[in-house]
Design a protein around this ligand. Sequence first.
Ligand code: XMP
Length: 509
Amino acid sequence: MHELVIVLDFGGQYNQLIARRVRECNVYCEVKSYKTSIEEIKAMAPKGIIFTGGPNSVYLEDSPSISNEIFELGIPVLGICYGCQLMAHLTGGNVSSADKSEYGKTETEFDTDSLLFKGLPDKGITWMSHTDLISGLAEGFTSVAHTSDCPVAAMENKERKLYGMQFHPEVMHTENGTAMLRNFLYEVCKCRGDWSMSNYAQTAIEQVRAKVGKGKVLLALSGGVDSSVLAALLSKAVGNQLTCIFVDHGLMRKNEGDEVEAAFKDWDVNFVRVNAGERFLGKLKGVSEPERKRKIIGEEFIRVFEDEAEKIGTVDFLAQGTIYPDVIESGAGDAAVIKSHHNVGGLPDYVDFKDIVEPLRLLFKDEVRQLGIELGLADYLVWRQPFPGPGLAIRIIGEITQEKVEILQDADAIFREEIALAGLDRDIHQYFAVLTSMRSVGVMGDFRTYDYTLALRGVTTTDFMTADFARIPYDVLAKISSRIVNEVKSINRIVYDITTKPPSTIEWE
Ligand code: XMP
């Protein structure tokens, strides 16, 4: 059993970020809806509770709220933004509309006698985003931070262990924000910090062993980070009781199929690689509409997987690479967040099995990577950027041919190589080439050419729901462009995609 801190989500956009920050401080944390009952909260016995921000005003009738009993449990509470105002409102303070709303980086002064700011500078920048403010403190509370427009930028009732911050300590623009959260966890909640990936790896391995016993486990391995880490974990736990089926649809990046195979060659698992490139290309012949392509690939993938699974016979468990952001409930607590993309993880309808194992269910993406490192997985798998299930099929606009796949693989490999050489591979969160299938006129030597236009896409993002285009230096782009037109046949023009998401998407199809 780990120490637990819970984040009660009141609909703020940073709920997951708060939980990640807490975990970075080595304290296990889960996100729960604000509708969670007091009884359930008591049963979880958290060391501390954090209220998130939210879009509403606390004094509106249908704003998300919580029973006052939460403050009587003797468990420390930290309210952030809306959560801070809610705490003030519920304990008898006043919240009103501010004359001037604060948004963005704000000079703030702190009372360093407060445990929240212990050991930190008494002035700094915080990230604010509010139109309401706390205009009157409840009895027992004192203000422990202020800005020029906000008299209560943080508050505390030390005796009752109730704390609030009007600003967002979880966003990186707040200087020392993580240190403030750490102070809450260690100084107020008295956590010891027992959450680490090496502990987790050990516990997860034992749990998988206990659940699986002598059973057979089947995993659809895509070569992506989640399924690769899952394979590594399961292999350590149950060795060759695990069979990984890797369907190579021939639409992977250059050499990727071989890399995945090489990474697992020496592991104690049954590794089945199915080279189904021709089969997929056959099905895709003549198809140019993006949704049709996606559908065909999704369906064909299942067919191939089914054929292979049949050879293995009945399995006891199907392993799935579900991770925590997929299972967190939304702020309203009504619906789970569901990815609209099809992934190669979920195939339960088509395979005969008794139960599911999902040992990554509690982890954030960055924790999955840490776990991969802990388990000794190759770096290039752990740090792999996201790659869509349908692969290069949705990066070749229009009809797909083997020739186009090869052109794109070669161009994309050069792009990735140069980004890595420039030391930008961890700063740009996703980058790839797109074969537009549009042709234009060029000149090479003394000859006229009529060849393809290639587009380069590079984005920075925190959640892939919104994204900005990466500001790749011109000289890096120049080198990439020159190398691709010289080394890859059939490309005579290169453009860089400078749209944000929205209104564009990251992928072109
Ligand atoms: P878009 O293009 O929607 O992409 O802005 C957002 C992120 O999702 C990835 N993506 C997919 N991932 N199956 C996946 O597993 C898919 O069908 C799929 N389509 C897009 C995309 O690469 C980006 O990271």
